[in-house]
Every structure is written in C-alpha cells, then in structure tokens.
Design a protein around this ligand. Structure first.
Ligand SMILES: C[S@@+](CC[C@H](N)C(=O)[O-])C[C@H]1O[C@@H](n2cnc3c(N)ncnc32)[C@H](O)[C@@H]1O
Length: 234
C-alpha cells in the first residue's frame, strides 16, 4: 500500500505520504481512535485522518508551506476545544514525542467533562499533555497554567461567538509574531444573518482589524461549512 507515494517530512515527527498524513507514535503500539499504525524505516507511525481533524485537513489544503501551520517541537502551546483528543494526540506526537523527549507542553482546554475523561486517559501515557476542564471564554480560571505567552494557539470550539473568543485568547496568550489558527464552523454562528460566505467574510473583516490574516483555508470536503483562518499577532 502506497509504497510509491512521495514521502515529504513536515517535521521530525510528521510525514506527508501522497495525500496521507502520519505522525510518529509517542505511545507505541497504541492507536487512539482506531487509526492505522504503520512502520516507516522501522519507526511506528499513526495515520492522521484529515476528515477527523481540522488541523490535519489544513495541512493538506494550505497553499503555503504546511510546516508553517505546526508549532515548534518542544514549545508550549494552547489548544481551545480539545474534544476527545484526536487532533491533540497527533499534535502531542509532534510537539512532545515519546516520554516527552522534546520537552513540549500542550495545554488542552475543553468544557465538557466527558472530553476531559478521554483527555486525562490520553495524558496518562503522554507526558507534556495537560488537560484542563475549563471554558475558553473564562480564562481567568485556568490561565495561571500559562505563566508566559505562547507562540502557537489553536481554537476549535464550535460555539457561537468563535471570532470574539479567539481574539480574546490571542490578546491574552499569544506572543507578538505568534501564530494563531481559528477553526470556524459557520453553522455555529446562525444568529448572524446571511450565508456561510457572509459569515466567513465577516470573520475576515473582524480578524483583519486586529491581526495579520495569513491564510483563509476552505475545509469543504473534509469538514463542510468550516474554514481555518491562520493569523499572526502583530
Ligand atoms: C469540534 S469539537 C473539537 C474537536 C477537536 N478539536 C479535534 O480536532 O479533535 C469542539 C469542542 O469544543 C468544546 N467547546 C465548546 N465550547 C467551548 C468553550 N467555550 N470552551 C472550551 N471548550 C468548548 C466542546 O466541548 C467540544 O469538545
């Protein structure tokens, strides 16, 4: 399978093989959501499914260098709307690696207790992953876990007011020149008038007032009614 596909490393731990993404498994032998495990040059990788991860879809869709969408291994990052940990697990492979060899820190916030149960279970064998039961809008309650600013911030909360929540987090947590990624679900902004296109256009206008908009990635086909906005803090 796929033996002749072009293999392109996006980092020491993330591979693009044709249109497939793989990360070196930081917890060897264990699949997180039933994904395929496969060895490349004797090292076990997990398939990163772009249909279940907007960051994964963004890596495949971006018109820029995909490695620009990833944080530096060994850095501290903030992820709002961690869910059950699908994307988080691949990000952890990249940022921390087995036994947190890169010394990264992935602060993963979600307000649903059922998600926290899964994230806490995941963190048992993934040092560097810090699950937080919290509301992205109320960061005074958990912001103490991030004493200094981060260079990379991701948000995927799928609730009304996504751009406001994101910009508040950018102001509070993102360092100057840091990269922020906002996954925007148009269907969660139904209180606004207009089509999905109007909702994305309004998000672009609001973001551009405050941050540099690097790219608007349309995720249709992977996640309908979703876009991923990549910004840099001025
Ligand atoms: C689409 S899911 C996230 C999927 C995840 N990012 C992934 O790729 O695996 C959205 C998550 O945002 C969480 N969420 C919604 N509103 C939130 C808020 N205000 N603060 C923190 N988490 C929130 C939900 O509980 C849900 O788990």
């Amino acid at each position: 399978m796929g033996k002749n596909r072009r293999i392109r490393p996006l980092s020491d731990s993330v591979l693009m093989e044709g249109r497939n993404l793989w990360t070196i498994n930081a917890n060897p032998g264990v699949a997180v959501r039933g994904e395929s495990l496969r060895k490349f040059r004797g090292v076990e990788h997990r398939r990163w499914d772009p249909n279940r991860s907007k960051l994964g879809a963004g890596l495949l869709r971006t018109r820029n260098d995909p490695s620009m969408l990833l944080p530096s291994p060994g850095s501290t990052v903030l992820y709002l709307g961690a869910g059950h940990g699908t994307t988080i697990s691949h990000l952890h492979d990249h940022l921390c690696g087995a036994s947190n060899q890169h010394r990264g820190r992935l602060v993963a916030v979600d307000l649903a207790p059922r998600c926290l149960r899964d994230l806490t279970h995941l963190a048992e064998n993934r040092p560097g992953l810090v699950p937080v039961l919290g509301d992205a809008r109320k960061f005074d309650a958990w912001g103490v876990l991030l004493p200094s600013r981060v260079d990379w911030l991701f948000q995927d909360v799928a609730q009304a007011g996504q751009v406001d929540i994101f910009l508040s987090a950018v102001r509070r947590f993102l360092s100057k020149d840091g990269i922020g990624l906002l996954s925007l679900k148009a269907a969660s902004e139904r209180h606004q008038e207009g089509t999905d296109h109007d909702i994305f256009a309004s998000a672009i206008a609001q973001l551009s007032n405050e941050v540099e908009l690097i790219e608007h990635i349309n995720l249709t086909g992977f996640e309908d009614q979703h876009a991923l906005f990549v910004v840099r803090r001025r």
